[in-house]
Design a binder for this molecule. Structure first.
Ligand SMILES: Cc1cc2nc3c(=O)[nH]c(=O)nc-3n(C[C@H](O)[C@H](O)[C@H](O)COP(=O)(O)O)c2cc1C
Length: 346
């Protein structure tokens, strides 16, 4: 089991799919005493292999490889498909974007994605949206890799613990990016990160990592006081020099504090928290296809948003407290977090 108490600072830089994680970001965090992560969601085995190798060349510290647990999904009826396409037509965006109904397979094969993980053996392997098969957990353990799973409720955490998780990432409602809830159509308890952490610490026998609106060392201290073994920070790292977030994504985080962040299913079909923009508003009452079919359907639109530096049509995932994000190098952010944490714990 990965020993969190041996970390120089109990911080996991969150896995952030969509190009935010880079070998430089992960290795700088790891070299500074934390855990550097990759969100490999849709990545090809080749890209996963390249990223893990490039990071390992830059650090001997801990690395976390993170994957989505996709649920089987089918295209809905023709009428629903047409409504979903209609919602995305003629949006007020500069540039052409192609709209084509995605075809199966709708998501990557996890077994194939994991091949480079078994080869490169990062210290930690984590999963979002559900639990992996028993054979995956067994293989990770046989290789000495610790397994973490996201939970948004005590029920999900208990399932993860039973499935062999070595630790749980307690994701609060404040967290940026996709909500890790196993079934997005079930009732969501919407617990804050600290409330959830306290519940899981008393209801589970494995370590708990807190995630959601942890932006400085004082927040980390509060997570530790709630019983967490470490904190997972995503938004706090978005504007680091080494982050691969788009220029516009960083600009919105740093310069649009009053926009606020909200949940939307418009981009991917699953609830995810991002900075409020025109696309989110336009999609409010529109038909959205199931995850991740909607994600593939909106891909060309989002790419056009990136190409034209148009933040209104990019998924600007960010947590509730994004206005407190700092634009620093990862090393300096880690130093600041450590200093603040030491002050906060006295
Ligand atoms: C841009 C972005 C992308 C994310 N992608 C992933 C991901 O691929 N896998 C995952 O487990 N969590 C992902 N998350 C959620 C984080 O793991 C974590 O729960 C969240 O960042 C914590 O809240 P904070 O952003 O307020 O720090 C993402 C978060 C952000 C901001």
């Amino acid at each position: 089991m990965f020993n969190f108490s041996k970390l120089g600072i109990p911080v996991i830089q969150a896995p952030m799919a969509g190009g935010v994680n880079t070998p430089r970001l992960a290795s700088e965090v790891s070299n500074a005493g934390g855990v550097g992560s990759f969100g490999f969601s849709y990545s090809t085995p080749q890209k996963i292999s390249e990223d893990l190798a490039a990071t390992r060349a830059l650090t001997n510290g801990p690395i976390n490889a993170n994957f989505f647990i996709f649920s089987p999904v089918d295209l809905p009826t023709q009428a629903i498909q047409e409504k979903a396409l209609e919602a995305l037509k003629n949006l007020p965006i500069e540039g052409e974007y192609a709209l084509a109904m995605p075809q199966a397979p709708f998501y990557p094969d996890l077994e194939e994605q994991l091949k480079p993980v078994w080869e490169h053996c990062p210290e930690i392997l984590t999963f979002h949206f559900g639990i992996p098969s028993p054979s995956i957990v067994a293989r990770a353990h046989a290789l000495g890799i610790s397994v973490g799973m996201t939970a948004t409720s005590l029920k999900e955490a208990a399932t993860a613990q039973k499935a062999g998780a070595d630790f749980i990432v307690a994701q609060g409602i404040e967290a940026g990016g996709h909500r890790g809830i196993f079934d997005p159509d079930e009732k969501d308890e919407k617990l804050t990160a600290l409330a959830l952490t306290k519940q899981l610490v008393s209801g589970c026998s494995i370590p708990i990592v807190t995630a959601g609106a942890i932006m400085d060392g004082t927040d980390i201290a509060n997570a530790l006081r709630s019983g967490a073994i470490a904190a997972q920070l995503g938004t706090a790292f978005l504007c680091c020099d080494e982050s691969g977030a788009t220029f516009v994504h960083k600009e919105y985080v740093l310069k649009h504090p009053s926009r606020g962040s909200v949940f939307t299913r418009g981009f991917s079909g699953r609830p995810a928290r991002g900075i409020n923009n025109e696309f989110i508003r336009l999609m409010e009452s529109k038909m959205v296809l199931p995850f991740p079919i909607q994600n593939t359907l909106t891909a060309s639109l989002r790419q056009m948003g990136v190409k034209t530096n148009n933040g209104e049509y990019q998924s600007l995932w960010a947590g509730q407290d994004y206005s407190r994000a700092r634009s620093l190098s990862a090393k300096n952010l880690m130093l600041a977090l450590k200093e603040e944490l030491l002050i906060a714990i006295g």
